[in-house]
Design a protein. Structure first.
Length: 415
């Protein structure tokens, strides 16, 4: 019998998601483990794998549909020997999500009082009382793209609509959409770039953070000449097995400082301050869809090469939208590094429910005083933003001293 495919819960707190893309189309064979769709959550675009084997008989929620509730039926899978005519959707079981404009699900209903709905594909067979002259391929492309053939002028024999006519219509529609997004704003021509779900959630969380968390800022300068020398020596000895970055040392130093001074490895609740045993370091990564913070779990227990390899993998999959929920949800402390962009110093917004975020600037060569002598050294400025309810000024300053000792003496991180 037909098998319902429902909107999965991709995290414990997920109640709805956006159906970003279908990777299979109606009539395609599906095997267990194959990726059939992409779901956009509040932090990433997640892949949905098929659980059962069969043929994708009917897609009920089209790509681009927003706010699909968890457990809503989004498609129906057919077993061998079954046809789409055997699909029956009980009254009230149709998806509750807001469908894309123009989408009319062609499904059977058990409610005899409900008016019959004609699918776009069949509706296109009737024009001015007669059938539309179109090639089978043109009809199929039009049906898949939700294009009304009745408004297309055919260029084939006897006015027959062919594939190229449908393709030209799709191209023109795309141009019209771009043109429609060009609007005037304060006497300027601007392009409207719709906010995706990730950006909306990030904006809401940042606003909540600044409005509800009493931010407190502490800045120190770290001399990183020893770090740069150690990095160069380790990379040379690795002979291509790994390549450490300055950020890898920052992650390790932050984790080591949280382990040696756990008073900063906390979060605030109205009932109690929660102190964490492990240093789970969230690292801010910019992606095409917005900011995301993959996590290096128990970073204090990992070597620099392990941190480097894991961070590269997480960052790559974050930019591709392939992270699993447990890989970016949680964390006890966040690092935001803009040094690679030449930013000298900045203050970051706390990532709730964490209590601290470390903003890391660029290492800059400048005059420094060493034993009464002026020399040129490489100095990196870091600013710690803290939730003053759980990490006050004294605690934050003490943690920065632990961090500074590790970052300026990297050999202490290797033992």
């Amino acid at each position: 019998m037909p098998i319902n495919i429902t909107m999965p819960a991709l995290s414990p707190t997920m109640t709805e998601g956006n159906l970003a893309k279908w990777l299979k189309k109606e009539g395609d064979k599906v095997k267990p483990g194959e990726v059939i769709a992409e779901i956009e959550t509040d932090k990433a675009t997640m892949e949905v794998e098929a659980v059962d084997e069969g043929i994708l008989g009917r897609i009920l929620v089209p790509a681009g549909t927003e706010k699909v509730p968890v457990n809503d039926v989004i498609a129906v899978l057919l077993e061998d020997g079954e046809s789409a005519s055997s699909i029956v959707i009980p009254t009230g079981a149709a998806p509750k999500a807001r469908a894309a404009e123009g989408f009319v699900p062609s499904i059977k209903t058990q409610d005899p009082s409900a008016p019959a709905k004609q699918s776009l594909a069949s509706a296109q067979d009737d024009k001015m009382g007669g059938r539309i002259k179109a090639s089978p391929l043109a009809k199929r492309i039009a049906a898949q793209s939700n294009i009304d053939l009745s408004r297309i002028k055919g260029t084939g024999p006897s006015g027959r609509i062919v594939k190229s006519d449908v393709a030209s219509d799709k191209l023109q529609a795309g141009r019209n959409q771009i043109s429609n997004n060009l609007v005037t704003h304060q006497e300027q021509i601007v392009t409207e770039l719709p906010n995706n779900q990730i950006k909306k959630i990030t904006a809401a969380r940042l606003l909540e953070s600044k409005q509800t968390i009493p931010h407190f800022y502490l800045t120190v300068e770290c001399r990183i000449d020893n770090l740069l020398a150690a990095r160069a020596a380790l990379n040379e000895q690795a002979k291509g097995a790994y390549k450490l970055s300055v950020n890898d040392f920052v992650i390790k130093a932050a984790a080591a400082a949280l382990k040696s001074y756990p008073a900063a490895n906390v979060s605030w609740t109205e009932k109690a301050v929660l102190q964490y045993f492990n240093a789970d370091i969230s690292v801010a990564v910019a992606t095409p869809n917005g900011l995301i913070t993959p996590i290096i779990r128990a970073a204090e227990q990992k070597s620099l090469p392990e941190i480097s390899a894991e961070m590269k993998d997480l960052a790559e999959r974050a930019r591709a939208g392939k992270l699993k929920p447990q890989e970016f949800q949680g964390g006890t402390f966040t690092i935001s590094n803009l040094g690679m962009f030449g930013v000298k110093d900045f203050a970051a917004i706390i990532n709730p429910p964490q209590s601290c975020i470390l903003a890391v600037g660029a290492g800059i060569e400048q005059p420094v005083v060493e034993n009464g002598q002026i020399k040129i050294g490489t100095v990196m400025s870091v600013t710690l933003s803290t939730d003053h309810r759980s990490v006050d000024g004294a605690v934050g300053a003490e943690w920065l001293q632990h961090f500074k000792r590790y970052i300026e003496n990297p050999i202490t991180m290797l033992v």
